[in-house]
Design a protein around this ligand. Sequence first.
Ligand SMILES: [Zn+2]
Length: 212
Amino acid sequence: MNNRFAHLNLEALYGIPLLCPVTKCQSQMSPLEMLAHLLMRHSPQESMIEIGEDVPKQYEVEVDKLTPGRNHSMGVIAYGGSPKTGLSFAVTPDLQVVHHLPIILMLYVSPPVLNTEQTYIFYLVSPVASRLVSAHVTLLDGAHAHEKHGLRCLRNSLDSPLTDSEGRLYCNTDYLLYTANDIRELCLSGKQRRIFVKIVLHGEPDPLEVDA
Ligand SMILES: [Zn+2]
């Protein structure tokens, strides 16, 4: 069923650079290095938006500006989990990343290859591959009228996509695949070639959790 994606080396995505999402920075590095760069070289409010549990957040995807063969940051999230009293909830220079899980919502576009459809791959990068936090990620057309679910794959087992009904993505573990045709369909139903990616996060972040 998924042989059409067999040419993709998902593991290799973690070595492909992306441009720093902070305006005028122009730094390029791999996703995990970028996360460290954002935490150490920039203040949180330059790149991050704080999101709580079960709060949908949408990012515009400018389809024509995506570069095949490259990683792109769709959004950088300081995930706070459920509301807690006594903790700051604004993304400010004082944001205590101790209480938040930093996550980059990534998009990779595969380069054109003869006789294979281009693939759009969404995934989440965080400092820990936490099993405590998961996300629902879907695509919406420009008019927010149609929502499309992708095909979820595990990092290490491309041939066995998960078929459980929950469809959750875990950081550093899962990938969500869309074909160029999926993207075209969403663009057609909107007026412009733009779509939105929606993310809803669940669970309690524990950034001090040891990566199992
Ligand atoms: Zn930067």
